[in-house]
Design a binder for this molecule. Sequence first.
Ligand code: N01
Length: 531
Amino acid sequence: MYPDLDVVVIGAGFSGLRMLYEARSRGLTARVLEAASDVGGTWYFNRYPGARTDSESWAYCFGFDKRLQEDWDWPERYPSQPQVLSYLRHVADRFDLRRDIQFDTRVRSAVFDEEHDVWVVTTERGERLVSRHLVSASGLLSVPYEPPFPRLSSFRGEWYMTARWPHEPVDFAGKRVAVIGTGASGVQLIPIVAATAARLTVFQRTANYILPARNYVLHDAQRQAIKANYDAIWEQVRRQAMGMPMNPANRVLGDVSPEEHQRILEAGWEEGGFRYFLETFDDIFVNPESNALAAEFVRNKIRTIVRDPATAELLCPKPDHPLGAKRPPLGHFYYETFNRDNVELVDVSGNAVDDITPTGVRLADGTEYEADVIVFAMGFDAMTGSLTSVDVRGRGGVTIAEKWRGGPRTHLALTVDEFPNFFMIAGPQIPFANAPVMIEPAAEWIGEAISYTREHGHTRIEPTAQAVTAYNEQCETFFNATVFPAGEKIRSWFVGANIPGKPHGVALYFGGYPNYIREVRQEAEEGFTHY
Ligand code: N01
């Protein structure tokens, strides 16, 4: 059996588009299979009101083409979902990528044929493609956690999932709206809904640290400065632990006096976004004292902003919840929203949402909250879900779900032993960092690995089991060096704990983006010695 294609790519979001460009530039034949009707991935599906990036626009984009950077104007500090989607559409058109993308095509299975060293990919439309290589670009947060409520279908109102938002606008005006979930998605949506709903009831199970985004419109001079400084921006990003266009604080808590601590945290809070913890003290994620101080500062801000003391206390994360152990969302006047007369916060930490009734939300103690609209913002089967939900089989017929029965295990988040010729972009165990800047080096590395294999006359490339074990140990070591394990009860998707019954395992690399990139480059430059 000869392959029809060099590469099949699953997904046409940031990762799939970049991979297709990379494959083409290396003279490889490639086809992208995309379940949606257009490019965009995450930015196609998550079109809920208020959706926007939490990374600054000037580094939430591709850096591989200077003219692309010069052409594109970002209108805001944090671009909105329609703005990011427009950008990705522009990329697809500018590089004529669409002719190799098959839309409305969901992959049903991908099976490695050991005799011929090819992947046989079947789609839900009944097609069969034979490809030498398979690249999963199906997203790290793309399989939503479906509302697990048995009587949801009995609900007589409208209901929506943030991650599967309809294309038509949803009108909340004059309606009683219930929102379940207060992660990054819920936090962005809640202030927008509150502005028009007659009544908004927010069901919160775990209070998180919501940092002020402080979005702003970029004026002409700022846009020109961004374009003129892209080389410096990418240089800054390459040195930054989370791949962000920021400078390190270059100090830890112990370097300055207690009086200075508050001033520095205040300045970070005013800067907004992740600058609160990235530009204040470099040890916030590894030093319990530094973390506790930054966490208490946020609690005090909540108590200052939210007028009702009981509501403010409910919004304060518990002391056993380290800042950052759950990804801190960015808020756009989130805490201020709870000062509105039409907004109520309901604590479901000890009185769970039990079910949905024909008229609303029922809690375990029998209390019912009537609603005309329910929005579920309940998160994702993160990191592994987009692969374990597809029948992907490697050598000996082992499925990826079986392989990751004890949690994800990869080599450099790019490959898996027993899965030859298989690559992942933004797969499990990528660094905890700004997504687009991780995607580019991954696509380049995969391109290099494929070219290397072909140039050396091989038809198979696969990491050794030892390399996978070593990388997994590294991920565990870095995670254990942070303060995050202390928050083991808070159900973070970082370790698979947000989905009931999901295997736990460290799903992110916390060793910092520069270290990760160094390792990835070393592997390629030394000739793929772990393969
Ligand atoms: O999901 P989440 P998300 N009863 O898992 C609650 C990225 N992202 O979609 O905390 C009641 O964070 C759950 O409660 P608890 C970003 O990386 C980025 O918001 O488990 N509540 C939690 O409050 C982010 O981290 C952007 O106790 C239930 C919420 O649902 C990741 O995606 C925007 C429940 C889920 O929060 C995921 O964010 C959006 C139940 N039975 C997302 N089950 C930007 O960059 C779950 N919950 C802007």
